[in-house]
Design a protein around this ligand. Structure first.
Ligand SMILES: C[S@@+](CC[C@H](N)C(=O)[O-])C[C@H]1O[C@@H](n2cnc3c(N)ncnc32)[C@H](O)[C@@H]1O
Length: 384
């Protein structure tokens, strides 16, 4: 049976599936996450942090935003230190925006004065939470909300943290030598899966272009929505950078033969599960990001990949260690100092942390081939 969480959403999905005779998993996921009234991201709920369902890097420690602010400040200088837009799509509780704006206001007041921080956010509930978090910067006239097309001709940096992993994915399986797609249908037991022919040839085309072969019996995800999204971002950006942080891999690793069940997961109260038909609308659903797809589509639209690395390398290059030492030395309470260490370790540790599975992609448009701060090699870092 479908576990009741939002009966209205279950009824609507059941009706939709009945009238279509089955819907793709991607459509099911889109409704579960973004139904205008009952979706996981749209209905009022604490999603991120201790009281929510999952942590993001920006909810772990303000140091994440402070270090990204250093990279953004260098980008501002590289573009001539004039008017500069930071556009953040999918800003959650507004933690990252707050930490970036606080850091820039304190460390680079000239940049702060030239800055227009725009948030593109699908969820009205999140927009309200962001406005609450960003009060001071709102009053200072530095922040506004807009739709993506309104950013047309922007100069600056388009930023996301854990946005692309929350786009709906198509679930694909190789059976009898053929690529098949998971459809969701109604049954007496609730929602169940049925394997059918691909809903669109785009799926096969993309896997072919990425040069990956799915092993017989394996399941994987294809995030088709990431393509049009990347195209739209490339289109609105006239000059500047796109900085994407998320968990994921390049295609050869994402679709590797040993990854039998793909990467799809649900998050509820800090526990993971692989049961998307339970708690529909009350748990997060996500899949690892295919960074090859972002790079491929970006290249076609004038976005040149300037940097791709693991989050720990990115943060270390921007001064993670110095910041850790500085924060520790300022903290006189040993317990609080220990808490700082633990939180910061989460950002860079490979196992059980976010250091390795999280990747950072920086693309540039009309910026040449600048040497970015984040490209500094760990061996060249000054250890204080
Ligand atoms: C996993 S949360 C990440 C939150 C935040 N970036 C952080 O670091 O904590 C995903 C965010 O993306 C938003 N979102 C998802 N799809 C979106 C879209 N197409 N346009 C704008 N926002 C979107 C969600 O409402 C949510 O705020």
């Amino acid at each position: 049976m479908n576990e009741e969480c939002k009966p209205e959403l279950l009824n609507e999905l059941t009706r939709r599936i009945d009238s279509a005779g089955g819907i793709t998993f991607a459509e099911f996921m889109e409704q579960a996450l973004y139904h205008p009234d009952y979706g996981y991201y749209t209905a009022p709920r604490t999603r991120i942090g201790k009281q929510g369902d999952f942590f993001t890097s920006s909810s772990v420690h303000s140091c994440f935003g402070q270090l990204i602010a250093r990279q953004l400040t260098q980008m501002w200088h590289l573009l001539g230190a004039g008017a500069f837009t930071i556009a953040e799509q999918g800003a959650g509780e507004g933690h990252l925006a707050l930490d970036i704006l606080d850091a820039i206001a304190e460390e680079a007041p000239d940049f702060y004065a030239a800055l227009d921080y725009r948030i593109v956010e699908i969820s009205a509930d999140n927009r309200a939470r962001q406005a609450e978090a960003l009060g001071e910067h709102l009053v200072a006239g530095r922040v506004a909300w807009c739709e993506l097309p309104e950013l047309k001709r922007m100069t600056g940096c388009f930023l996301t943290n854990e946005l692309v992993d929350s786009f709906p994915v198509h679930l694909i399986e190789k059976q009898g030598g053929e690529l098949k797609e998971v459809f969701v249908v109604n049954s007496a037991e609730g929602f169940v899966e049925e394997l059918r022919d691909l809903s669109t040839e785009e799926i096969r085309d993309y896997l072919n272009r990425a040069g990956v072969t799915i092993l017989e019996g394996n399941r994987c995800e294809v995030n088709l929505a990431a393509g049009p999204w990347m195209r739209q971002v490339a289109e609105v950006l006239e000059r500047g950078f796109v900085l994407t942080v998320d968990y994921g891999y390049l295609a050869d690793e994402l679709y590797a033969p040993y990854r039998h069940a793909g990467t799809f997961l649900c998050y509820h109260r800090h526990q993971t599960n692989e049961e998307p038909y339970r708690r529909v609308g009350c748990q997060d659903m996500t899949a690892h990001v295919d960074f090859t797809r972002l790079q491929m589509v970006g290249e076609e639209r004038g976005l040149k990949a300037l940097y791709f690395g693991q989050q720990y390398q990115f943060l270390m290059a921007l001064g993670f260690l110095e910041l850790l030492i500085e924060m520790q030395s300022r903290e006189t309470d040993p317990q609080k100092a220990q808490a700082i260490r633990m939180n910061l370790k989460t950002l860079v540790l490979p196992e059980g942390g976010m250091g390795e599975s999280f990747k950072v992609l920086v693309q540039g448009k009309n910026v040449g081939q600048p040497e970015l701060l984040c490209q500094k090699k760990i061996r060249d870092l000054r250890m204080c």
